[in-house]
Design a binder for this molecule. Structure first.
Ligand SMILES: Nc1ncnc2c1ncn2[C@@H]1O[C@H](COP(=O)(O)OP(=O)(O)O)[C@@H](O)[C@H]1O
Ligand SMILES: [Mg+2]
Length: 277
């Protein structure tokens, strides 16, 4: 594994077993009243992959992510993560198992600094109870040092040095999206789930985000499932694309295959009228 900017990173240094992120979604169905948001969907993700889920608005992309991350409970089907069935586990439990996410609408604490938002996310890794913890205990001190090192690496990696003490609410939208990525990464997730990380961004912000995600995946071996509405961005970063329409998987494969798929073209033409990459 290539070290980030020549330095060995603590973030990416975990043993391969610790980074294992095998996801298997089997025959998953989620209904809201008469609407079937996810319809008998099957999806697998292997460790180290960056899989993109695309589809027009209302296709069921967020619903699928919400099932994987425990926010929605499917009526049928199963979800397995690293050999364990996780279909009905709580979001908190899934975070502990190593599934981290970002949201389509940013969910950060606007009145707190960038660093504090990221620090909060690390509490999942606190092995001591805060009541009993004392900074004079060596184990606690070592843990604190590790927390800080991981956060510093992430701030450096995401080029957020200049905004580390800024209040999140004062930042432009694109930067807040970047902080949200940092917050999700602060959990050191085995599987990172991103819901439309490029939405609402300027072209320059999109280019930065593409660069971060590609580097995370290639240099840090981060496993990711990325949901995106805009096909053009996805085509440049993912080797495997999964297409949903009306809750149903209509195609799956490399970008060039998916892009030419008649059902995908039909789904997108009916929605936005464009399919360029
Ligand atoms: N919490 C909810 N309650 C009722 N219907 C929902 C809910 N979440 C999603 N849906 C419906 O499920 C379908 C898929 O939505 P969603 O997963 O948000 O699509 P996408 O993320 O692809 O735009 C839509 O018809 C949407 O209205
Ligand atoms: Mg959505």
């Amino acid at each position: 594994m290539k070290a980030f900017r020549g330095e060995p990173t603590i973030y990416a240094s975990a043993q391969s077993e610790d980074r294992r992120a095998e996801l298997e979604v089997k025959d998953l169905t989620l209904r809201f009243g008469g609407i079937t948001a996810v319809n008998r969907v099957n999806l697998t993700v292997q460790t180290g992959e960056l899989v993109a889920v695309i589809g027009p608005n209302g296709a069921g992309k967020t619903s699928l992510l919400n099932c994987i991350t425990g926010y929605y409970k499917p009526q049928e089907g199963q979800i397995w993560f690293n050999g364990k069935e996780i279909t009905h586990l709580s979001t908190h439990h899934l975070t502990k198992l190593g599934i981290g996410r970002t949201y389509q609408n940013i969910e950060l604490f606007p009145g707190m600094t960038v660093l504090s938002n990221m620090m909060l996310a690390r509490h999942v890794h606190c092995n001591y109870s805060l009541g009993r913890a004392s900074v004079f205990m060596k184990s606690v001190r070592n843990e604190e040092v590790r927390h800080r090192r991981v956060l510093e690496e992430l701030i450096d990696f995401l080029e957020m040095q200049s905004i580390r003490k800024s209040l999140v609410g004062s930042l432009p939208y694109g930067l807040r999206k970047r902080v949200e990525l940092g917050r999700a990464l602060a959990l050191e997730p085995k599987l990172l789930v991103l819901d439309e990380p490029f939405a609402g961004m300027t072209l320059e912000e999109k280019e930065d985000m593409v660069r971060f995600l590609v580097e995370l995946n290639e240099s840090w071996a981060q496993t990711m499932v990325l949901v995106e509405h805009d096909m053009s961005v996805v085509m440049s970063i993912s080797k495997r694309v999964f297409v949903l329409d009306f809750g149903i998987k209509i195609a799956e494969g490399p970008p060039e295959f998916v892009q030419k798929h008649p059902q995908v073209i039909k789904a997108y033409l009916g929605d936005t009228g464009t399919i360029e990459s």
